[in-house]
Design a protein around this ligand. Structure first.
Ligand code: ATP
Length: 309
């Protein structure tokens, strides 16, 4: 098991006299097997960053326990640190007056990686993340996407077995986000475990083996994206390549058109059946019923708060 969290809680004190208590984690339990890509989903303030900070040993829990590869993150923090790589999104945490190459060598030194190894690892990562051409330019001249990639490279410098990614694709353009998803696949193929927090449901659906939905510091569900969709008992979707309209049919809750596809949201299986029959009767051949998307399940379980990013 890579991550084992039991009854974890964390409260913060805030307000001028520190007399107000905010509960960020409220008895959260979670298991992440080795080599899994696990998504952490939840609205703003759900407690995702707090959990990542506790797992990365930079924040102490106020109750419960968390282990990384069998090591308690509080008692064995010193042994946990070399096993994990942390990538917090955005532009925080980079030194703008260093170059990418210097940044990676600096972090390699912090990780006490021997010189020769640090050098090859730096070049490897610069290449892997498409930063070689600008490796000697100052970070302050980088685009947001490049800073993001440098963050990732930095998180990988210590060859971590567990990678914590907190909203890694925020601000990336679609091409960069696509490359990033491919990179996640490669990192998994290398045997690493990845915990990723994201607000992008399509991304979670594509890269995650399982996802955990959290809200108010508690777990709502842990499942594969597909399993979650199936067990949610939500309405069904019917997809068809057609210009026909089906809005008037019984049990049709809504329709949308995307990439030449008509997508119909039906109330239940029976309503989906009516839509399928109608389309087939009218000569449409490319018709299929599909379970709801992760985004629908998320909205159903958590409500619309989480999408306000
Ligand atoms: N240093 C702090 N002091 C006081 N309250 C805090 C602190 N850090 C987080 N909180 C509160 O704890 C709760 C959980 O915050 P956390 O950042 O873990 O949520 P999150 O799920 O990562 O949110 P987001 O999606 O916005 O990043 C929120 O109510 C937040 O306001």
């Amino acid at each position: 098991m890579s991550v084992r969290v039991r009854d974890l809680s964390r409260t913060y004190r805030k307000g001028r006299r520190k007399n107000e208590e905010v509960t960020a984690l409220d008895g959260l339990s979670l298991d992440i097997p080795s080599n899994e890509v696990h998504g952490l989903l939840g609205p703003n303030g759900a407690g995702k960053t707090t959990l990542c900070k506790i797992l990365s040993t930079v924040l102490l829990p106020t109750g419960g326990s968390a282990e990384v590869f069998g090591l308690d993150v509080v008692a064995r923090a010193h042994d946990v640190r070399p096993l994990i790589g942390i990538v917090f999104g955005g532009e925080r945490g980079l030194y703008w007056r260093l170059t990418a190459r210097q940044t990676l060598r600096y972090w390699a030194a912090l990780y006490k990686i021997p010189d020769a190894r640090a050098k090859t690892r730096t070049e490897e990562l610069l290449h892997r993340l498409g930063l070689t051409a600008k490796a000697d330019d100052l970070v302050e001249t980088y685009s947001r996407g490049m800073k993001q990639r440098l963050h990732l490279a930095r998180g990988l410098i210590g060859d971590p077995k567990l990678i914590l990614l907190d909203e890694p694709t925020t601000g990336m353009d679609p091409v960069a986000a696509h490359d990033f998803r491919a990179l996640i696949g490669e990192l998994r193929a290398e045997g690493r475990t990845i915990l990723i927090t994201t607000h992008d449901m399509d991304e979670a659906e594509e890269v995650c083996d399982r996802v955990t939905l959290i809200d108010h510091g508690r777990v709502l569900a842990t499942e594969s994206p597909r399993g979650l969709a199936e067990m949610s008992g939500l309405h069904r979707w019917v997809e068809a390549e057609t210009t026909l309209e089906v809005t008037g049919l019984p049990g049709v809750l809504g329709t949308e058109r995307r990439d030449g596809l008509l997508r119909v949201r039906a109330e239940d299986d029976a309503a989906a059946r009516v839509v399928l029959d109608f389309l087939l009767d009218n000569g449409v051949r490319s018709v299929r019923a599909v379970p709801p998307r992760l985004e629908d399940v998320y909205l159903d379980l958590v409500g619309r708060r989480g999408m306000e990013v």
